[in-house]
Write a new protein. Structure first.
Length: 219
């Protein structure tokens, strides 16, 4: 997990808030969505890889060329087996705001409220939308969004981290030297995994949290 410090009441309240959300029955009108980002260094092979052949995997030379950086936004609606992804050049407040608007207007236009679980990165807030779109548009978007924050140093409570781990294992954990290729690969992976309706079985409940962590609680 992590090196556990003394857990304050504020930490527990935020943890309970997220765990309560995860424990709710699925509601398509009020989906619970874990949102996180994955930085990706774009790397091109210095030499052409040796192709795979029977009994031998594809082999890469240790030399490579750095081609810049990119970012992958991940929104995981884990109870529905659905994820929404987007590749960007950076992960600024503006990028975050644009992804939130995409979720509201394009990915979930029929939802009444998106309950979005995020960590404490300084771009993950309502201010990002106000600075990007102005008050009227920001308020229109935020009228359908409810942010729930994981405690500091406990981003492992965000289901999006699990989904990012799967994406890395199946798609993005290899050398990719071009942002457009990265976007195509991520889009294809997202489409396939959504068609399969792959879900996450979350087992860490408030009861289990208290059983494992109560000795670290402080008031």
């Amino acid at each position: 997990m992590w090196c556990i410090p003394k857990i304050t009441l504020g930490f527990r309240m935020r943890m309970y808030d997220v765990l309560d959300l995860y424990a709710e029955p699925y509601d398509s009108k009020r989906p619970v969505i874990g949102l996180d980002e994955k930085p990706k260094q774009l790397i091109e092979d210095g030499r052409k890889p040796i192709p795979m052949r029977p009994g031998r995997a594809e082999r890469y030379d240790y030399e490579y060329v750095r081609k810049g950086n990119a970012n992958i936004f991940m929104a995981a609606e884990f109870k529905a087996g659905r994820r929404t992804t987007r590749v960007t050049t950076r992960r600024t407040k503006r990028d975050f705001a644009k992804f939130i608007r995409h979720l509201v207007d394009r990915a979930y236009p029929d939802a009444e409220m998106l309950r979005v679980v995020v960590d404490n990165l300084n771009t993950h807030n309502e201010k990002a939308l106000y600075e990007t779109y102005g008050a009227e548009e920001a308020e229109r978007i935020l009228n359908k969004v409810e942010f729930h924050y994981t405690p500091k140093h406990a981003s492992w409570l965000n289901v999006a981290e699990i989904e990012i781990g799967v994406m890395d294992a199946e798609c993005t954990g290899r050398r990719i030297g071009d942002k457009h290729l990265l976007a195509r690969e991520v889009r294809a992976w997202t489409t396939r995994r959504n068609k399969q309706e792959k879900k996450i079985e979350w087992r860490f409940t408030k009861q289990r949290a208290d059983e494992r962590l109560s000795k670290y609680y402080v008031t």
